[in-house]
Design a protein around this ligand. Structure first.
Ligand code: NAI
Ligand code: 3PY
Length: 312
C-alpha cells in the first residue's frame, strides 16, 4: 500500500516515519512535482492540482478540518479528483479541546469584564464595575457540528445559557437549537455572544454582515473561529464603532496574513490571533487516518466523508 503526502509547512520526514509506524507495511512518500507513480491514498493540505489529477486513489485525507480550499480548487479544476474517490477530513482529532480552551477563555474574559478593566488600567483608574449576569449572557453558536458541539459542551459546564444554529435541528441537552434560515433571526435576537464555527460554503460566505449583527442583543460580542470570509470586516468595524458590538475576537480574516493596513490591527476592542484557534495535532490525526485506512482496506464502510455537493 502506497501513500503520498503533501503539506506546505509540516515536517514531511516526521509524518512519514509516524505514518509508517502506524500502518505497518505501508510505504509513505512525500509527493514532489513530477511524481506520477501510483498511490493508494493521498494526505494533503493545499495540494497542487497536479498531485491528484488523474490518480486512481482509494481515498484522500485533508490534513485539517476545513475542506474549503480543496473544494474550491476542485471547482476550478474538476479533473483534480474523480467524484468516486472519497474525501475525508479531520473530525476533532484534538481540535475540539483547543476550540473549547479558546472559546471558554474568551467568553469568560468578556463576562468578567476584563476588557473594561484593561481599558481602565490603561488610564490608571481604580474602579470596580457592575457584574454581568449569566442570564444576560446567552452564547449563540453558529455551526453545530463536531467543533460547535465541543464548544457548547464546555460553555454549558460554565453555566452560560446556550443556543446553536445549524442546517438541521440538534437535540443537545441544555442547548436551544435553531435550524435553517427561517430560524436565524430568532436565534440571533437573544444572542449576546456569537461564536462562529460554520464551514466556508457558498451559503455561508459573508453571513456575518451588518444586517445579521444588527439582530444581536445590544453590546454583543463576536468570536470568529471558523473562516475569515464569513465576516464582512467593514460591517464588523461599523457595528463596533456604532456601539452595537462591544467587542470582537478574530482568529481568521478575509485575507491571511492580515494586511498591515487593515484597521482591525489598531481597533481597541478587537482582539486577534493569527489562525491558531485549533491546529492539527499530529498524533491524533495520524491515529484517525491510520484507523480509517485500515477500515477501508478491510472493505468496511466509513461514515463521515465530505459531501462535495453540500460543501463540507
Ligand atoms: N480557526 C481554526 O483554527 C480552525 C477553523 N476551523 C473551521 O471550523 C469549521 C467547522 O468545523 P467542524 O465543526 O469540524 O465542521 P462540521 O462540518 O462538523 O460542522 C459544520 C456545522 O455547520 C452547519 N452548517 C453548514 N452549512 C450551514 C448553513 N448553510 N446554514 C446553517 N448551518 C450550516 C452544519 O449543519 C454543521 O452543524 C471548519 O469548516 C473550519 O473552517 C476548523 C479547525 C480549525
Ligand atoms: O483545520 C482547519 O480547517 C484549520 O483551519 C486549521 O488551522
Amino acid at each position: 500500500m502506497d501513500l503520498i503526502f503533501y503539506h506546505p509547512t509540516f515536517d514531511a520526514a516526521w509524518w512519514i516515519d509516524a505514518l509508517e509506524k502506524a500502518l505497518p507495511g505501508a510505504k509513505v512518500r512525500e509527493w514532489r512535482s513530477g511524481d506520477n507513480d501510483p498511490a493508494d491514498y493521498a494526505l494533503v493540505w493545499h495540494p497542487p492540482v497536479e498531485m491528484l489529477a488523474g490518480r486512481k486513489l482509494r481515498a484522500v485525507f485533508a490534513l485539517g478540518a476545513g475542506v474549503d480550499s480543496i473544494l474550491s480548487q476542485l471547482q476550478a479544476n474538476p479533473e483534480m479528483l474523480d467524484a468516486s474517490i472519497p474525501l475525508f477530513r479531520l473530525e476533532d482529532t484534538g481540535m475540539g479541546l483547543q476550540m473549547q480552551e479558546y472559546a471558554v477563555s474568551q467568553v469568560l474574559h468578556w463576562f468578567r469584564r476584563f476588557d473594561d478593566y484593561q481599558a481602565l488600567k490603561n488610564e490608571r483608574r481604580w474602579q470596580p464595575l457592575a457584574e454581568y449576569a449569566r442570564e444576560d449572557f446567552t452564547v449563540g453558536i453558529m455551526g453545530a457540528g463536531v467543533l460547535g458541539a465541543k464548544v457548547a459542551e464546555s460553555l454549558l459546564a460554565w453555566g452560560f445559557p446556550l443556543r446553536c444554529w445549524s442546517r438541521s435541528r440538534k437535540d443537545w441537552p441544555g442547548v436551544r437549537s435553531f435550524a435553517g434560515r427561517e430560524e436565524l433571526s430568532a436565534f440571533l435576537s437573544q444572542t449576546r455572544v456569537l461564536i462562529n464555527l460554520l464551514p466556508n460554503t457558498p451559503e455561508t460566505v459573508g453571513i456575518i454582515n451588518g444586517s445579521l449583527l444588527a439582530q444581536l442583543q445590544d453590546n454583543a460580542y463576536v468570536l470568529n473561529l471558523a473562516r475569515g470570509v464569513h465576516v464582512n470586516e467593514e460591517d464588523l468595524l461599523a457595528a463596533l464603532n456604532g456601539g452595537k458590538l462591544k467587542g470582537a475576537m478574530l482568529d481568521v480574516y478575509s485575507r491571511e496574513p492580515l494586511p498591515a493596513d487593515s484597521p482591525l490591527w489598531q481597533h481597541p476592542r478587537v482582539a486577534m490571533t493569527p489562525h491558531i484557534a485549533a491546529v492539527t495535532r499530529p498524533p491524533e490525526a495520524i491515529a484517525y487516518i491510520s484507523q480509517t485506512i485500515a477500515r477501508l482496506q478491510r472493505g468496511e464502510a466509513v461514515a463521515g466523508g465530505v459531501d462535495r455537493v453540500r460543501g463540507y
